[in-house]
Design a protein around this ligand. Structure first.
Ligand SMILES: Nc1ncnc2c1ncn2[C@@H]1O[C@H](COP(=O)(O)OP(=O)(O)OP(=O)(O)O)[C@@H](O)[C@H]1O
Length: 262
């Protein structure tokens, strides 16, 4: 049993409804300091809804979320949490350089109304180096590929030096080189002691450093344990209750992740 101060994230009996429809149901989840958790599940199983609840972006219809031991309603240490949402196009809108976007991620750590200190400039530079885009600092974001833009968004979050990093499908629509760069980035953050919750469709390049898989199914946790321990045919595992072809199709990405055939 973990001590309360090790618990970075605690969800108890969480339910979320969207458009009057229950999406998350009676969900319990504890993430401890240093955990690297992959949140997996079929399309529509509630992964994005869950991370939005964790980050305070969606209200709960029941249950509670605690961040760093504090009820989320009272939580006031947001710089400790870094959130990379599912990628939207950041290139449209106001033209910005890569360095400007990443510097924005440092604002929560900066002294108000004062110029960036050496530590702030260093944090931006290191975040760009970590994602492999140091030589693109002065490029317009609009000139980058989708995968490079995703890396910019991750660098922006890393620049704020968060203790808990929550990423929603960082690999979606991202080329293989960027996927690899993102995996290296997260592995480095994990080794430096960050706690990570990452929504994925498959573990892929992340497999070597993911130590826990949480599989959602229809808004409930179907499996929570080591990635290699999730057996599709286990009645309590990822495949619980899957009887029909449609289910098998929907679970296919998960079984692929876990290296098993349905
Ligand atoms: N604003 C909304 N209003 C009503 N229903 C919604 C809303 N947003 C999402 N949903 C529904 O909630 C369910 C869960 O969506 P969510 O995006 O959390 O799933 P997901 O597991 O992240 O899926 P994906 O892998 O496709 O991103 C889906 O059925 C989706 O259609």
């Amino acid at each position: 049993m973990s001590s309360p101060d090790q618990r970075i994230l605690e969800l108890r009996g969480v339910a979320v409804a969207l458009g009057g429809r229950p999406i998350l149901r009676d969900l319990d989840l504890t993430v401890e300091a240093g955990d690297v958790v992959a949140l997996l599940g079929a399309n529509g199983s509630g992964k994005s809804t869950l991370v939005k609840s964790i980050t305070g972006l969606l209200p709960l219809s029941a249950g509670s979320v605690r961040l760093f031991g504090q009820p989320i309603r009272e939580f006031d240490q947001w710089p400790r949490l870094g959130y990379v949402p599912q990628r939207s196009t950041i290139a449209q809108g106001v033209p910005s350089t890569v360095a400007e976007v990443v510097s924005a991620g440092r604002l929560s750590r900066r002294r108000p109304f004062l110029p960036a200190r050496a530590a702030d400039r260093r944090a931006v530079r290191e975040a760009l180096e970590t994602v492999g885009l140091a030589d693109h600092a002065q490029h317009q974001v609009s000139t980058l590929s989708g995968g490079q833009q995703q890396r910019v968004l991750i660098a922006r979050t890393l620049a704020g030096d968060p203790e808990l990093l929550v990423l929603d499908e960082p690999n979606a629509g991202v080329d293989l080189i960027s996927q690899q760069a993102i995996a290296v980035t997260l592995e480095r953050s994990a080794r430096a002691g960050a706690t990570i919750v990452v929504v994925l469709h498959e573990l892929g390049a992340f497999a070597p450093f993911i130590d826990r898989a949480v599989i959602l199914r229809e808004g409930r946790i179907a499996y929570d344990g080591p990635p290699e321990g999730a057996h599709p045919h286990d009645p309590h595992g990822a495949d619980a209750g899957a009887h029909c072809t449609e289910d098998q199709v929907r679970l296919a990405p998960i079984s692929g992740v876990l290296g098993e055939d349905l």
